[in-house]
Design a protein around this ligand. Structure first.
Ligand code: HSE
Length: 309
């Protein structure tokens, strides 16, 4: 039996603009690296390799909470020690908490001989999301575990539909300001206008159809959000100008990544994705806000074991 493994757990884009809480996509970059060790006592220990302060109580930690649930379900005296090298900044909107939660359960499952299926791993990983944002949502952990694009038709009961991942390039910009998911959820209205709802579900259906039919133009024109983005975009400096410039540069479409402040765009080819990246850089250089950008293909694999001993 293996007792130690290293996992690469990637960033994800929740919502995919129009699909609040029900759609997500897996990126290739950035990704966290996690080392997981099997312990022979019922205990969970989580450390940060980068000095980022983590709650000592594993129940309050996004990697620890899913593992506590997992070992409580097992009739054995085992536990896990996790070391996290965080490359996806918390509060970035790029699925940082999901990468910790999903990476932890994927690694633990590998050390246990793959006794859980992906759906069970998502159930466990959602306990990490609850710690991070107060609610269980699967639109980051599901694409992180499955790779590609996932539709979460329901979380209770859990009903996940992995969709074929289009061969598109993603450009992500992370302006270095922090927006807590809980805060970005608190600003949302609880009632929505029927006219906007009709446009929104047209877009969700269009996006899913575009993904299944590999119709990139349909994907692009479905990436419009009439409900969440008008509220949340006010929290992100430069959002409207950035979106316009990226579309002018040839991006198919895009918007806020998860709860922000990161913004993502999809492009048909790498040259366009790089042009889009340059537009993003120009905006944040002009605004004097520090930022990071990432250009990568949609990640079809999700969190993966890169070493195991
Ligand atoms: N669907 C969630 C939200 C994702 O937008 O609040 C958070 O990363």
């Amino acid at each position: 039996m293996k007792n130690k493994c290293i996992i690469s757990s990637p960033a994800t884009v929740a919502n995919l603009v129009c699909g609040f809480d029900i759609l997500g996509l897996c990126l290739s970059e950035p990704a966290d690296k996690m080392e997981i060790k099997l312990l022979n006592e019922k205990k969970i220990i989580v450390h940060s390799a980068d000095g980022y302060p983590l709650p000592e109580d594993p129940a309050l930690n996004t990697a620890g909470a899913p593992l506590l649930e997992m070992i409580n379900d097992l009739n054995a005296s085992i536990g896990f020690e996790v070391l996290i090298h965080k490359n996806i900044k918390p509060g970035s909107g790029a699925g940082s908490s999901a990468a910790s939660a999903a990476g932890a359960v994927v690694g633990a499952n590998h050390l246990l001989g793959n006794i859980f299926d992906k759906k069970q791993l998502i159930q466990y990983a959602m306990f990490g999301e609850k710690v991070a944002s107060g609610v269980k949502h699967a639109d980051n952990v599901a694409p992180c575990i499955y790779g590609g694009v996932t539709l979460i038709r329901s979380i209770s009961p859990l009903d996940i539909i992995p969709l074929p991942a289009p061969d598109l390039y993603t450009t992500l910009v992370h302006p270095q300001i922090e927006i807590r998911t809980a805060d970005a959820r608190a600003v949302l209205r609880q009632q929505i206008d029927l006219k906007n709802a009709i446009k929104q579900w047209g877009n969700i259906a269009g996006l899913v159809a575009g993904i299944i039919q590999n119709d990139v133009e349909l994907i692009g024109r479905s990436l419009e959000d009439y409900i969440i983005e008008p509220v949340r975009s006010k929290l992100i400096p430069g959002f409207d100008e950035l979106k316009k410039k990226c579309l002018d540069a040839g991006a198919l479409g895009g918007g806020i990544s998860g709860s922000g402040p990161s913004i993502f765009m999809l492009s048909k080819d790498e040259a366009t994705a790089r042009k889009v990246e340059q537009e993003m850089k120009n905006i944040y250089l002009n605004l004097g806000i520090d930022f990071r950008t990432y250009v990568s293909k949609i990640n079809k694999e999700g969190a993966r074991i890169i070493d195991s001993q």
